[in-house]
Design a protein around this ligand. Structure first.
Ligand code: AHG
Ligand code: MN
Ligand code: MN
Length: 322
């Protein structure tokens, strides 16, 4: 049995980063416990509040955010945090070496129906100067991430992590309360016949995306020459996990429902960490035109179109957008 901590030591991850990752995992174990309690603890359902993106917050969005925030801003190595559920970045320790951004609970529309959700996180190095409540120090492109991952709360709780040396899976052993290595150096198959997209937005997409999906639906008789299967969990963590396990393509493309917003998903909490994982597993992650990790962030809550997964299929989608 190899525990998370042992693997991080083996992979030469520095002590400070190990501590921060350890704290993220303590928070995730606490979130896993709370999710397991659900209705018993009276924590399902929505709050009265909206987050800065205008989305109604679930009680568990707020609880998960507080759990992560409280543990991380008290870590001496954390300069500050940025969260989907916080209007502004929050300062941690003034000399902290790292910045942590997170989506405390992804897929939270699934909470009340007892389906899979997750926590997504990304770790950057803090610059020499600047306080964690100044969002400008967070505005670094995804290539600068030193670690990224998610915890999927499904039938088992699973940590999927990269520190830049490939992607490993760790399953939470609830008896000993530790994440244990269960799969190493995961690779995404280069080809796939499975796509994931919210089809109800079809009429709002760009012509290139409309054409790609129209061609997928034609199956083996169409120009793509294969019969596709479709999945949509409405939980990006579950979607990306399926792709890491068996390949596939996931798309939340640009659409014109709200022309001011370039896509639904957020660059700093969803786009960048998932892109690092996908690329570390041999897949590709783009906006349909450029690599997501090359996008220079202009705001902590910035949104981005996302097309990621099996390399050859993502390249096809990019062709349709030329
Ligand atoms: P969140 O719950 O953090 O707001 O994120 C939900 C995201 C993502 O997980 C999922 O792929 C997508 O939104 C689902 O969107 P639709 O409800 O539009 O299908
Ligand atoms: Mn999310
Ligand atoms: Mn969320």
């Amino acid at each position: 049995m190899q525990r998370l901590h042992e693997i991080l030591v083996r992979d030469g991850v520095e002590r400070e980063l190990r501590q921060v990752l350890g704290h993220v995992m303590i928070a995730c174990k606490e979130i896993a416990h709370k999710l397991g309690q659900g209705e018993l603890a009276g924590i399902l359902g929505s709050t009265e509040a909206e987050n800065v993106q205008g989305e109604t917050q679930k009680m568990l969005d707020v609880i998960s955010n507080d759990v992560l925030k409280n543990i991380l801003i008290n870590d001496e190595y954390v300069r500050g945090i940025g969260s989907e559920e916080e209007d502004y970045t929050v300062a941690g320790h003034k000399d902290g070496k790292f910045l942590v951004t997170f989506d405390p609970l992804d897929g939270s529309s699934n909470i009340d129906v007892n389906l899979s959700v997750g926590t997504i996180f990304s770790i950057l190095e803090a610059p020499a100067n600047g306080s964690g409540d100044d969002q400008s120090i967070f505005l670094q492109d995804g290539r600068k991430q030193v670690a990224a991952g998610y915890v999927l709360y499904g039938p088992s709780a699973l940590l999927v992590l990269t520190t830049g040396k490939g992607v490993n899976f760790f399953t939470l052993d609830r008896h000993i309360g530790e994440f244990v290595l269960t799969k190493e150096q995961v690779k995404i198959p280069e080809d796939t016949k499975e796509f994931a997209i919210n089809m109800s937005n079809q009429r709002f997409w760009e012509p290139g995306m409309q054409q790609y999906i129209a061609d997928c639906l034609q199956g083996e008789e169409g120009p793509l020459g294969k019969r596709y299967n479709m999945r949509w969990v409405a939980s990006m963590v579950a979607e990306v996990h399926r792709i890491l396990v068996r390949g596939g393509i996931f798309m939340y493309p640009w659409d014109n429902r709200e022309p001011g917003k370039p896509g639904k998903l957020r660059l700093m909490y969803e786009g960048n960490p998932m892109s690092m994982l996908v690329e570390q597993a041999g897949g590709l992650s783009t906006t349909a035109r450029e690599n997501i990790m090359d996008v220079q962030p202009e705001g902590i809550h910035q949104r981005v179109p996302v097309v990621l997964g099996s390399k050859n299929e993502v390249l096809k989608v990019m062709e349709y957008h030329k």
